[in-house]
Design a protein around this ligand. Structure first.
Ligand code: IVH
Length: 671
């Protein structure tokens, strides 16, 4: 029993330490998989010994029963809000007011912090244990959301005391938010399951915290940064900076972007710099917060009724504006997806003039009831296409009608289809001029048919002059036609022809990939080649079940292939390609698929192999290769001069191999 007690204690300690490294120090040392392993081990032991479970065990974050309603919590000290400064001048005026108030013209030291766009909460720790958490509410009292806050892994259930002793009472305020990437996956998931997406990360965070069932909150990947003291008993600080440092020592996450500014000039420089980086940060912010660092000086200048005099929020330029929808058109993308686009009365948003905004799809239009003539709020963030956030219904003119996407492709007239698993309508006509350029570019690309004499410019000309309509038309081109094109001499025409001709001798996988069947990428094309042993006829007439039975091919891919062949135009294109002399190289000898399911990333310069050869070596054994490191990466092979990918792999605890180790791994495969 002693051994079990010790083991459980050690597992809890390890899990808490890893959380701390991950959320506070931003320096994890184990992979997600290893973390999950520890967690499962603890869960199993606690299941066998329920008498040893304590409320602050990391396994106890989820599990509280759903509530009927939230209780009310009165804040010991009111949770104030911040006065806003809309310009640099207003920030300078804030500094001057303070200097006047203290009758001293020396520079005031500030702490600059990002102004997170989430939801303010208060956390209460008594003798180091998390006992209560609440929303800001009206500032005086808020809702008791303790159970929901407990599900946020970044919030320690017990404070650390290895670096600094713990106060009897610690009230700390912070912002709960959702990272942009977590927001995107949450909304993707919601769309797939037919739930309305959240309009922005702030709403997503607020909606998640206000769930009566903490189990739902637990699925939401919420984050938190702490930034302000409430009432504290048992410790004293001289500065706000010292307070923030102490929070980190106690295991509470503080935004790593916080900085000391020696005077208002530096604070303004920080603000401007942050605005330029705004869209690169992994979470949304709407300004910077500038706080007097000295706590005694804060005391001297004091507070107004709702806002402190010692702090100010410098706001960034709004990324939203109001304008009118003059028209709605549909644009057809390279993959045939039809996207409704609102043509707007020109409006300036965050310093850029906006005239178009995406309306995403019919579901979005219906949900927001967007109509031509409506006054709408548009938002622009980062490089993304501006979007319509909502309709201001009070401003709707009389006699507007709900908007419906056209039933046929606005470019070629082909009937539009909506695949069952999707929200977009698609034009399946491969000869649709809106798609043909994209198809051709894909068809000739390096990893497809590799026709390097035919580039983007030439494709533009050929399609615009009606010389080709489908990919197989490429094989009909002749010297005279090509040489007759603008900016094409005899020489470049014959180069183009030569590369078209030599590309006819290709491989099964390249050709299948080149066809641009939805969901059939390079890797899937290779799997198909292996599965049908290079027999195109077998692939051509394969049933849904035959396809779905292939390892790594699921129902979506199988369905997409079947749909591709149902389209008569596609059949004709493929037949025409064969008639024009497409041939496949002998089906390569199938190696044992010893690396199936593994993903490799190669980075830096390799010496033993070329990058391409190394990739082919692992792919021929069933592995995938990728150009970026993610949690799906199994091995990163790093050559000389490897940089950010190597750093990321180390940070994420992913296996990093030298080229020599990689070679050893390949040798092991051959045994
Ligand atoms: S300090 C007395 N610091 O802004 C000071 N607030 O308008 C109270 N906020 O309700 C807040 N980032 O939701 C502070 N680094 C930061 C902040 C921040 C975002 C929010 C918070 C607060 C609102 C005040």
């Amino acid at each position: 029993m002693v051994a079990v007690t010790e083991k459980i204690k050690s597992l809890r300690q390890q899990i808490n330490d890893h959380n701390y490294r991950y959320y506070v120090l931003d320096d994890p040392v184990i992979s997600d998989g290893e973390y999950d392993q520890l967690f499962r081990e603890l869960e199993q032991l606690e299941e066998l010994h329920p008498e040893l479970i304590v409320p602050e065990s990391p396994t106890q974050r989820i599990g509280a029963e759903p509530l009927e309603a939230f209780g009310t919590v009165t804040h010991r000290l009111p949770m104030m809000s911040l006065a806003n400064a809309m310009s640099d001048d207003e920030l300078s005026a804030f500094d001057e007011r303070l200097k006047k108030a203290i009758d001293n013209m020396a520079d005031i030291e500030y702490v600059s912090e990002p102004k997170l766009d989430g939801l303010a909460v208060e956390l209460i720790y008594e003798n180091g244990t998390f006992v209560n958490g609440s929303t800001r509410g009206d500032g005086t009292s808020g809702e008791d959301i303790t159970a929901n806050l407990k599900t946020i892994n970044a919030i320690p259930l017990a404070l650390r005391h290895d670096k600094r002793s713990i106060p009897t009472l610690l009230e700390v305020r912070g912002e709960v938010f959702i990272r942009k990437s977590d927001f995107t996956s949450l909304n993707n998931h919601r769309e797939k399951s037919g739930e309305p997406p959240f309009a922005n990360p702030r709403n997503a965070a607020a909606g998640s915290l206000r769930q009566l069932d903490p189990k739902i909150t637990a699925t939401r990947s919420l984050s938190i940064y702490c930034y302000q003291a409430g009432s504290i008993i048992g410790t004293k600080f001289n500065t706000h900076w010292e307070f923030l440092q102490s929070l980190q020592d106690w295991g509470l996450p503080v935004n790593p972007e916080v900085q000391i500014a020696a005077g208002i000039k530096q604070a303004i420089a920080y603000h401007q710099q942050l605005e330029t980086r705004r869209n690169d940060l992994p979470y949304e912010i709407d300004g910077s917060v500038i706080k007097v660092n000295s706590l005694s000086l804060q005391n001297t200048v004091g507070v107004r009724s709702r806002t402190p005099r010692w702090a100010i929020a410098g706001k960034f330029k709004a990324q939203q504006a109001t304008t009118v929808i003059n028209d709605i058109i549909s644009s057809v993308g390279r993959t045939g997806a039809v996207t409704p686009v609102a043509k707007l009365e020109a409006v300036e948003v965050g310093g850029v003039t906006v005239t178009n905004a995406t309306l995403h799809n019919q579901d979005e239009i219906d949900r927001k009831d967007i109509r031509i003539g409506d006054t709408v709020v548009v938002e622009r963030s980062g490089d993304v296409i501006p979007k319509v956030i909502k309709v201001i219904s009070a401003k709707r003119p009389a006699r507007t009608k709900p908007y419906h996407l056209p039933a046929s492709c606005p470019v070629c007239g082909h009937e539009l289809h909506r695949p069952e698993d999707e929200v977009v309508y698609r034009c399946h006509n491969h000869a649709c001029p809106a798609q043909i350029k994209g198809h051709l570019q894909h068809f000739v690309s390096k990893n497809a048919m590799d026709i390097d004499g035919v580039g983007e410019k030439l494709i533009e000309q050929l399609v615009d002059q009606d010389l080709i309509h489908t990919v197989n038309d490429l094989f009909h081109l002749d010297q005279a036609t090509l040489a007759g094109l603008e900016r094409m001499g005899e020489k470049s025409a014959s180069n183009a022809l030569a590369s078209i001709t030599s590309a006819k001798a290709t491989t099964f996988a390249r050709f299948v990939f080149a066809l641009g069947i939805r969901h059939v990428g390079e890797h899937t094309a290779k799997i198909i080649e292996q599965a049908f042993q290079g027999d195109f006829e077998k692939f051509r007439y394969a049933s849904f079940d035959e396809l779905e039975n292939i390892d790594e091919i699921g129902p979506i891919v199988a369905e997409s292939i079947i749909r591709f062949w149902q389209d008569g135009a596609n059949k004709k294109i493929v037949e025409a390609c064969f008639e024009m002399g497409i041939t496949f190289q002998e089906h390569p000898e199938m190696l044992p698929q010893t690396l199936a399911g593994k993903t490799f990333v190669f980075t830096g310069s390799l010496e033993i192999y070329t990058r391409k050869a190394a990739q082919e070596l692992v792919e021929s054994r069933g592995a995938r290769t990728s150009s970026s490191v993610s949690k799906n990466t199994d091995h990163v092979v790093a050559g000389a001069g490897a940089g950010s990918k190597l750093a990321k792999a180390k940070e994420m605890g992913i296996s990093v191999l030298t080229e020599q180790e990689f070679e050893n791994l390949l040798k092991e495969q051959e045994l």
